[in-house]
Design a protein around this ligand. Structure first.
Ligand code: MLT
Length: 347
């Protein structure tokens, strides 16, 4: 038994029953964290049972990040027996929601579920109201999601190779939907434009959830988005799948070539997602949150739902605070020169 949990019994002679009582109390203290893994203490004095943990998603509902968040929330709640809810705070390519969590109380009850956008924002937004390395405590990496290049029904190209030719010829009239500067859909569009040396018309949305609705309705021509949002509508024929940005074809979308197969260089991209807590969240709460995250990542329901969407679940090492901290630093360094070369800034 870890002596950290053994209460410092006072030196004064105590009846055996009192000493026993104190021991039971310390055992209860150490079991509670294990039982309720992610459960920080009830908010003082509300007495109405535990306050839920809120996962803040910085994009609109019914989009790819929201899909990962709702699956994770359900798995964390199921594993820990603790209520976990999702709250969408969208805007400014995901930086509005991140800024909100950066200012939240460091009590383990408000967390940010964000992605690669966490790494691009410091370069894209020169007056960003937070620093992702300084103002957040990494809890752990969650998943990596491949991306797809998709088109509206009736788009005048069926294959990716045809689409490349059509894009080059008609770049002044092609409308690309995306979720704001720094979003995954923006970065993918940026790599595509650089690779094809074209300048396309980009229309921002609060998330690719609402953008997908417009694409299906023919209000936009193209979008680069995550399989968590596009896999099902591609298979259902509501949008046209053109290609994938993964190194290899995806089992669930076998007919879609990789960008490399279609001769598009430099368009290999998958979107990592991570969980972050506000700076100052106590280490013991962070540890419990990481335990709850890792238990959720291993839960059969979560594993099945992610596999169905071609999503790669983070390993134990990747889903640790150190794993996410290392990734974030490396990704900020990777994207800064790409963004500076493109010269696209949000402000
Ligand atoms: C979303 O959830 O809407 C997406 O993650 C947006 C994006 O990053 O492209």
């Amino acid at each position: 038994m870890d002596h950290a949990f053994e209460p410092a019994l006072p030196a004064v002679p105590l009846p055996a029953c009192v000493r026993f009582l104190l021991l039971r109390l310390s055992l209860a203290a150490c079991l509670l964290p294990l039982a309720a893994a992610a459960a920080p203490a009830d908010s003082p004095g509300d007495g109405a049972g535990p306050q839920p943990i809120t996962l803040v998603v910085p994009f609109a509902a019914r989009g790819p990040t929201d899909t990962v968040a709702r699956a994770l929330a359900a798995a964390m709640a199921e594993q820990s027996g603790y209520p976990v809810v999702v709250e969408n705070r969208s805007g400014a390519g995901g930086t509005a929601g991140a800024a909100w969590v950066a200012r939240a109380a460091p009590d383990g009850l408000t967390l940010l579920l964000h992605h690669i956008g966490m790494a691009t924002a410091p370069t894209l937004y020169r007056s960003l109201p937070y620093d992702p390395r300084r103002d957040f405590e990494p809890v752990g990496r969650i998943v990596d999601v491949p991306m797809t290049l998709v088109a509206r029904p009736g788009f005048p190209a069926v294959t990716l190779a045809d689409a490349v030719r059509h894009i080059r010829r008609h770049q002044d009239s092609i409308v690309v939907a995306y979720a704001g500067l720094g979003a995954a859909s923006h970065l993918c569009g940026l790599l595509l434009s650089v690779s094809l040396d074209v300048d396309l018309i980009q229309v921002p949305y609060r998330g690719t959830g609402p953008a997908l609705v417009d694409l299906q309705a023919g209000q936009a021509d193209l979008m680069c988005d995550q399989t968590t949002n596009t896999g099902e509508p591609i298979r259902a024929g509501r949008i046209r799948g053109l290609g994938v940005t993964s190194a290899h074809r995806l089992a669930g979308l076998p007919g879609l070539p990789t960008a490399a197969e279609a001769g598009i260089a430099g368009l290999e991209l998958s979107i990592w997602h991570g969980l972050f807590a506000p700076r100052g969240t106590p280490p013991e709460i962070l540890q419990r949150l990481t335990q709850a995250l890792q238990a959720a990542l291993a839960s059969p329901v979560f594993v099945r739902s992610m596999n169905d969407m071609q999503v790669v679940i983070a390993s134990r090492e990747q889903s640790s605070p150190a794993g996410l901290r290392t990734l974030l630093a490396a990704e900020i360094a990777r994207w800064a020169p790409i963004i500076r070369k493109a010269g696209q800034y949000a402000d």
